[in-house]
Design a protein around this ligand. Structure first.
Ligand code: ZN
Length: 580
């Protein structure tokens, strides 16, 4: 916990009631629960009347840095966590090294309020143009004001200069299918996103009141990605997830669209259990009210119908494999019959098991009956109707691994609660033979999905990169790099994969004039890489620095964020965010 007034030693400003009342000068907050044994306050360049000068602050795990109007560090406060047997400081971080890390971070953030120049860097702007070596990118405030190869580029005075020699600059990444980003129980996920170069996310299961949620975000001191915020999941009776909005009929469907739009949702998230009536009413009402609807294609609807009804994006290729089979109609009828017998109130256990086995067999048959011409005609409709696809290959791949691989070092950033859920995997409640069949089916479906993605790409179906993070094996932040690699593995060129997480995301949201590429006038959301992502897509994770809304986060600060995320995730119940 933070020691309050007694050890706060900053001169007059912290005690100036008018400053506090105006909310300009905030006490740093430490929500991590790390105990503080003592506290060091450093005043680097104290000036009398400090309160007039402070214009920005940065709160990190171990303290805060205050910047004056020129962006100079005015003052810093450092906390040294105590080491107790019950709650040791993270491995390898003695109080002294904590102090050192903080000092590094402190001097790295000098440029947060200044112009920023990235010099002599290879720019991969994601417009489709070839990589431009030896370029200079100038950022003023939160915008890019110049991208140039000329040596005569005007550099603003007092700019922070980052030497990009031998490095690569890409637009900030968007994970277009996440859960938990708007969940107050998972504050650590924001740090994992930013530390991994994810500057924005599409949240696929938002809060009931988006406007109210946005208002609470103003007081969040940590850097966070921009959130394109979905409604809560809109599902049919017996919803798959407890916090869904249940819509049983046409009238409720229309009403829900109206309400969710008024509450500020960026889009309506539709789900698998919606009836045809409810779904088409939602589609019609959303069109009238000019709000997009995105999500699963319901089980009772075909992918072609959803595309025709104007669904803006289809997630996880729901109903797409069925639509690539010549037998789509008979498969749908058979599925209905099997599911009804599985759910029948008087079904005996052997009958349920038989129905379950037949459903698995039917799903294998969907894969086996893939027909390229049928697929092409479906994908042509996607192109014509502007139906986007978020294949979430990361999710599909995760469904193959059972149990979850436990030696991935990135798992250290997850809470115990999430780990426990992930460790259980998808099939722990299945008897062993069914479990083996499910894993085999997941493999077959994953391979087919990659084939589908490759064909979609060749036909010009617009594709988004999304992970479905918070589901097993879909790591917040880290996961987007996995998804890009899966997209390339499926058959996309590295640049096209990169565009799926940058330019395409901006186009999808209608924000192409503001985001998604490295061009003059765009928001300065950037990732500086050590190695060339076009030579090997895995190099998107060789992150040297992130620029978020014009603010520079060098590697040392990104590492501090990761450590903070790890600490937050260690707090019980901090992070039991659901996946969907
Ligand atoms: Zn999802």
């Amino acid at each position: 916990m933070w020691n309050q007034e007694s050890s706060w030693n900053t001169g007059d400003s912290a005690h100036n009631p008018s400053m506090s009342a105006m909310g300009i000068f905030r006490q740093p907050t430490n929500s991590s629960g790390v105990r503080v044994s003592h506290e060091l306050t450093m005043r680097l360049r104290f000036r009398p009347g400090l309160n007039r000068w402070i214009r920005d602050w940065v709160v990190l795990e171990w303290g805060a840095v205050y910047l004056d109007r020129q962006g100079e560090i005015e003052m810093a406060r450092i906390l040294v966590p105590s080491i107790t047997p019950e709650r040791p400081v993270r491995r390898g971080h003695s109080p002294f090294s904590v102090y050192l890390i903080f000092l590094v971070a402190l001097f790295s953030v000098r440029g947060w309020s200044q112009s920023l120049v990235i010099k002599d860097v290879t720019v991969i702007d994601a417009t489709g143009r070839a990589a431009e070596p030896h370029s200079t990118v100038v950022i003023d405030g939160d915008h890019i004001v110049a991208v140039s190869r000329s040596k005569k580029t005007h550099l603003p005075q007092n700019a922070v200069i980052v030497d990009g020699t031998g490095k690569f600059l890409i637009p900030g990444l968007w994970d277009m299918h996440v859960h938990g980003a708007s969940d107050t129980r998972a504050p650590w996920s924001h740090l994992l996103f930013v530390a991994n170069g994810v500057v924005g996310v599409r949240d696929m299961s938002g809060p009931p009141d988006a406007n109210a949620w946005r208002a609470t975000q103003a007081s969040n001191p940590d850097p966070s990605p921009t959130i394109y915020l979905g409604s809560p999941i809109v599902d049919g009776p017996n919803p798959a997830w407890p916090d869904s909005i249940v819509v049983a009929n046409e009238a409720q469907g229309r009403e829900v669209v109206d309400q969710l739009q008024q509450r500020g949702a960026d889009f309506i998230k539709v789900y698998s259990g919606l009836s045809r009536n409810a779904y088409f009413a939602i589609a019609d009402e959303a069109k009238k009210r000019d709000i997009p609807f995105e999500g699963h294609v319901p089980d009772a609807v075909t992918a072609a119908e959803a595309s025709g009804a104007g669904q803006k994006s289809i997630e996880h290729l729901t109903q797409v494999a069925e639509g690539c089979s010549k037998e789509e109609k008979t498969i749908a009828a058979e599925r209905q019959r099997l599911e009804a017998s599985f759910r029948a109130p008087d079904a005996t256990m052997p009958q349920k098991i038989a129905a379950g086995q037949n459903i698995i067999r039917l799903n294998f048959h969907v894969v086996e009956s893939f027909d390229e011409a049928t697929a092409q005609s479906l994908f042509a409709q996607f192109v014509k109707n502007g139906t986007w696809q978020t294949p979430t290959l990361t999710l599909l791949q995760g469904q193959i691994d059972d149990p979850l691989s436990t030696n991935d070092p990135r798992l250290q950033y997850l809470s115990k609660e999430v780990r426990a859920k992930w460790d259980a995997g998808y099939y722990s409640h299945f008897p062993p033979p069914a479990r083996a069949a499910m894993v085999q089916l997941a493999k077959a479906e994953f391979d087919e999905s990659k084939k589908i993605v490759a064909l979609m790409y060749r036909m010009g179906v617009p594709i988004l990169a999304g992970t479905d993070t918070m589901n097993p094996h879909c790591l917040p932040g880290f996961g987007i790099h996995d998804e890009l690699a899966f997209l390339v593995d499926a058959g996309l060129p590295p640049l096209a994969a990169l565009q799926a997480a940058t330019r395409n995301a901006a186009q999808f949201m209608g924000q192409q004039s503001r985001r998604g590429t490295i061009e003059v006038g765009k928001t300065a959301d950037l990732v500086l890489l050590d190695k060339d992502p076009l030579a090997d897509i895995h190099n998107t994770s060789s992150i040297q620095a992130v620029v978020l809304n014009g603010k520079l986060f060098p590697r040392a600060v990104l590492d501090a964020m990761l450590t903070k995320a790890q600490t937050l995730a260690g707090i019980p119940d901090a992070a039991a965010a659901p996946g969907k």
